[in-house]
Structures are given as C-alpha cells and as structure tokens.
Design a protein. Structure first.
Length: 179
C-alpha cells in the first residue's frame, strides 16, 4: 500500500484516542524503517536506483533484510508488550487498551500489505521468524486493488469528519441552551 494511505488509515483507526503525531508515523514506520536505510545504503555505495515496476525483492537486499522484521506480527507483539509495560508502570488508567491503540496502525499496515504484495516483490512475512509462509497477493498499485481501498478510506474519513462536526454542533447547541 502507498505511504499516504498507511498514514491516513493509522490516523483513522485511532482518531480521538492517540495523537495523529503518533498514529500517522506508526502507520508508515514498517516501510520507512526498511526502505530509508536501504536508500541511504544505495546512495553511499553508488547503487543504481531500482525501477520498482520491474523489480523483484532480491534487487533490494538491505530493504528485504529489515522488511522481514518490520512486517512481522512478532514485532507488533513486542511493541504492544513494551508499551503495555511502560504504561502500566506509569499507572495509566487503561494500559492494555492504550498499548493496543499505539500499535494498531502498525498492525493494520501489515494486514493491508498481506494481500497487497506479490510473492515476487516484497511479500509480507507476517509470521517471520517462525515460518516463511507468505501470501501471493497483487501489487497494491493495480487499479482494482488501489482505488477501492482509496474509496473506502475516503468514506471512513468522510464519516469521521461528519460525526466530529455533528458532535461540535451538539456541544455548541448545549452550551447555547444553558446560557
């Protein structure tokens, strides 16, 4: 999936519970942690840029080494347990729920990527390191996969913003009625 969609899905899933400054980045970190170091490595060592439309996973070995971990549900579990422990030690009122809200964008990123990647180009190793099982999906950029996702995402955001506007209007009406 594209970075913008991952960012917006992360924000939508945690709207009103986690700051967008956390949920947006958490939605894209699995890709950024894999591809930014790979890009920097390529620049340092003068490796030619890969044409993504023609590439296979083996064309980006540094990214693949990291990607296997960032797209593993095991990492999501480790992040969840770490967040839960930290929040619990700070006596947060609902540490398990907030830890889940913290990792939800990352978790959903992986779920979106499972059907949105082919076996030839960055299949999602969601069970790494326990098994090499991966799903042979479709490239997320294929129009019949990409556009329905964008329409669903747009509909989700339209509903979120519509509901928030209605709540603001209700709050204003309640305040006016009290005056």
């Amino acid at each position: 999936m594209d970075v913008i969609s991952h960012w917006l899905w992360g924000m939508a899933l945690t709207r009103g519970k986690v700051s967008w400054k956390v949920s947006g980045p958490m939605g894209v970190l699995p890709d950024l942690l894999a591809f930014v170091p790979s890009t920097i490595y390529g620049l340092i060592y003068g490796i030619e840029r890969v044409d993504v439309d023609q590439a296979v996973t083996s064309d980006l070995p540094v990214a693949w080494s990291i990607y296997q971990w960032t797209h593993s549900l095991m990492i999501v579990l480790v992040l969840f347990l770490t967040a839960w422990y930290i929040l619990k030690s700070k006596e947060h009122e609902n540490p398990k729920y907030m830890a889940w809200m913290f990792v939800l964008p990352w978790f959903f990123h992986i779920l979106l990527d499972i059907p949105g990647h082919t076996i030839d180009f960055f299949p999602t190793p969601f069970l790494h390191p326990f098994t090499d099982f991966m799903v042979d999906g479709v490239r997320w950029s294929v129009w019949w996969f990409f556009w329905p996702q964008v329409i669903i995402l747009g509909t989700v955001w339209w509903n979120i913003l519509k509901n928030e506007k209605a709540q603001r209007n209700d709050a204003i009406a309640d305040t006016a009625a009290l005056a």
